[in-house]
Design a protein around this ligand. Structure first.
Ligand code: NAP
Ligand code: MG
Length: 484
């Protein structure tokens, strides 16, 4: 039996007092491994050591930080095949997506390696004579990173890389559904030339170790990606200590398909956005807002495309969509299929549990037709391979429908009309907007985040990340010569 994978506590690999079993959602007979669970005492100990290590890390030269981030990034990219296979095996996304995610995670590290050397402050003359002002950014301190299972390596990396770049320590609580990817990334980071305890892995459940982490006064900042209800609870905990907070949460992204759209392009963008990652993306196109003039032709091709998608084992050749991540996710998804039909939506295809060669959490990609934007299937994030078509009579109605949501992460328009594209880009109330591109799939060197219930606090990624991972200091300097 393989050994239990351990947590990284104050720089040492330690067992906790319990462990969890991690199984492959494509094949439940495949045991990925056993993973220890951190104890409250271990969490406290690692936070204390993180503060000591952070002071040392903040004081060390920029080139050392740059070298560490480059080494992590280059190793992730070099091992994308191996680590992507592990990711797909535990999370269920097709191998190409798993490999792509690990490679992208590496790019976050090499991007922030370069940013280490681009940290410039500002200076100014004081309004008082003979005084200078120096404005610079300093590390925020010890950062708690809490990440979800759907992008287990990339989401964590787009938090860990800037945290380390800007001189912080990190305590990482990954999702318990995807501990193998977390352990693999930690193993790479732990081998680098970093102070003992600068980086900690605290695998454990959200409700126990996660909750204790966000309540701790020893944490200076929390970066969270996950669901809205959990985010609300984290914010309430964080405010008790005035802990700096950044959260990326749920969404209900819409893709607007206009009557002048290229039909094949629109269908392929919709299929990609709705069913990539088995629909378990915060940027998924879960609402398709379609102009009535193109509606019937679009729907015919969309449904044919969804029916033709090959659902299968994440690691099998030709798989276009893997299983959903867990039994409870599958149960929720099937409940939404029922709910949609009870609300009056027509299920044109899919939405069924599939029995495959291996026992796993498989379901067929589902398309709802004749839906209204006020139905719960169009209001609530399903995080499922389900999408709903909403027919509209005009561009104005399409824009209003796209914006009629509690969320605001991404939105997209498919059109050949420059005026419409421009108007949409400027009036869609989302943090990310795409034109003739899927609502999912973003870069690493520019800001990412949403509005409404999708996000809270400063944006992530690109140079904008400095806002969260640093704190500004304003210094006034006089030559010390007595006036007059
Ligand atoms: P989740 O249930 O909110 O969990 C996210 C993370 O928070 C996990 O590590 C979880 O641990 C932890 N957690 C749970 N309760 C906690 C608590 N009381 N205190 C501290 N941590 C706690 O979300 P999920 O089911 O993993 O992921 C799906 C959600 O993530 C979706 O809503 C999706 O939209 C969102 N998401 C958003 C983005 C974005 O950038 N906007 C990107 C990806 C995903 P355990 O899982 O181990 O319990
Ligand atoms: Mg969860």
């Amino acid at each position: 039996m393989p050994e239990t994978k351990l947590n990284l506590i104050a720089g040492d690999w330690l067992a906790g007092d319990a462990e969890i079993e991690n199984r492959n959602p494509s094949d439940l007979s495949d045991l990925v491994g056993h993973f220890t669970q951190a104890t409250p005492d271990q969490l406290d100990a690692t936070l204390d050591q993180a503060h000591r290590a952070q002071a040392e890390w903040a004081a060390c030269g920029l080139e050392r930080k740059q070298a560490v981030l480059n080494a992590i990034g280059n190793e992730l990219m070099a091992r994308a095949e191996e680590l992507g296979t592990l990711l797909s095996r535990e999370e269920g996304k097709p191998l190409a997506e798993g490999k792509g995610e690990v490679f992208r995670a590496g790019q976050f590290f090499t991007y922030y390696a370069a940013e280490c050397l681009r940290q410039l402050g500002e200076n100014a003359d004081s309004v008082r004579p003979d005084i200078e002002v120096d404005v610079r950014r300093e590390p925020v301190g010890v950062v708690a990173v809490i990440s979800p299972w759907n992008f287990p390596t990339a989401t964590a990396s787009w938090k860990i890389a800037p945290a380390l770049c800007y001189g912080n320590a990190v305590v990482w609580k990954p999702a318990n559904l995807t501990p193998a990817s977390a352990h693999a990334l930690t193993e790479i980071i732990a081998r680098q030339d970093i102070p003992k305890g600068l980086f900690s892995l605290v695998m454990g459940s959200g409700s126990s170790i996660g909750q204790r982490l966000v309540e701790s006064a020893k944490v200076n900042a929390i970066s969270f990606t996950g669901s809205v209800p959990v985010g609300r609870g984290i914010a309430a905990s964080a405010v008790q200590n005035f802990t700096k907070l950044q959260m990326e949460m749920g969404s209900k992204n819409a893709l607007a398909v206009m009557d002048d759209a290229d039909l094949d392009l629109a269908v392929s963008l919709a299929l990609n956005g709705a069913f990539g990652g088995t629909g378990q993306k915060c940027t998924a196109s879960s609402r398709l807002v379609v102009h009535e003039k193109i509606h019937d032709a679009f729907v015919e091709k969309l449904v044919a495309g969804a029916r033709a998608m090959k659902v299968g084992h994440a690691l099998s050749d030709g798989t276009q969509m893997g299983p959903v991540v867990s039994e409870s996710q599958l149960t929720e998804n099937l409940a939404y299929v029922e709910l949609g039909q009870s609300e009056g939506a027509e299920l044109a295809c899919g939405g069924q549990r599939l029995n495959m060669e291996h026992e796993g959490y498989y379901m067929s990609p589902g398309v709802f037709l004749n839906t209204r934007n006020d139905m719960r299937i169009n209001r609530e994030e399903m995080f499922a391979p389900l999408t709903a078509v909403i027919k509209v009579a005009s561009y104005d109605e399409a824009l209003a429908t796209v914006n009629d949501t509690d969320f605001g992460l991404t939105s997209g328009i498919v059109t050949r009309d420059l005026a419409r594209a421009t108007h949409f880009r400027r009036n869609a109330r989302t943090g990310v907007v795409t034109v003739n591109l899927p609502t999912a799939g973003t870069d690493y060197h520019v800001p990412f985040g949403g509005r409404g219930e999708s996000s809270y606090g400063p944006r992530e990624q690109g140079r904008t990340a400095a806002e969260f991972y640093t704190t500004v200091k304003t210094a006034y300097i006089s030559a010390g010569v007595p006036q007059g």
